[in-house]
Write a protein that binds this ligand. Sequence first.
Ligand code: SAM
Length: 226
Amino acid sequence: MATLYIVPTPIGNLEDITLRALRILREVAVIACEDTRVTGALLKHYGIEQKRLVSCYSGNETGRIPGLIDLLQSGHDVALTSDAGTPGISDPGVRLISAAIDAGIRVVPLPGASAAITAVVAAGLPTDSIVFEGFLPHKKGRQTMLRRLAESESTIILYESPYRVVKTLRELAEHLGPERRAAVCRELTKMFEEITRNTLGQLHDDYAKRSSIKGEFVLVIEGKRR
Ligand code: SAM
């Protein structure tokens, strides 16, 4: 029986890939990847000979599923990758994984890089209960989500873009209170990695003063005190 492997890839530092992930990428017949150019470059970096790459991103994932399931059912192993980190975490992949499970195909997840877990352990906030919300909605549902987050007793993990980080920090300070502890994790594992731990109010003031904001962000926010 063929297997669908879920293969995490580095979130910035190319050393952050497991030996097992490299072996699986070498061995499978086909790699279903978010962007064939990104996964192609990763394979090249590791000297893995070019193999059949099938693009599988949010816009075409549903259409790709029947072909990939056929491949698996005819005995070919498939690896699923996204551009960075763990497929299915604010990335495509969940629909393919779910279809494979429904078709009775063996699904094997490999542990590996994910910005959310990397950030939450660096924040220094409680990790006994955590809630991951991905990106906040931009418009519809944003205020409802902020009100919901204000009541969460779990440590909260959010993804954010450099264009919205100041606005989000301001709204988080307004809804959750400026004294709530948090960490802004920027460019994790990369050359300009920066982890700033402070209150939401101070973090907002710090980032609002910056003339240019670049990079990828994870926000980690303390839960409501019990
Ligand atoms: N699947 C990925 C994972 O497992 O982390 C997440 C993909 S999501 C499309 C991309 C977002 O993850 C970025 O906008 C940023 O919020 C966060 N992210 C990814 N890499 C990061 C890094 N090196 N440092 C900080 N945040 C990162």
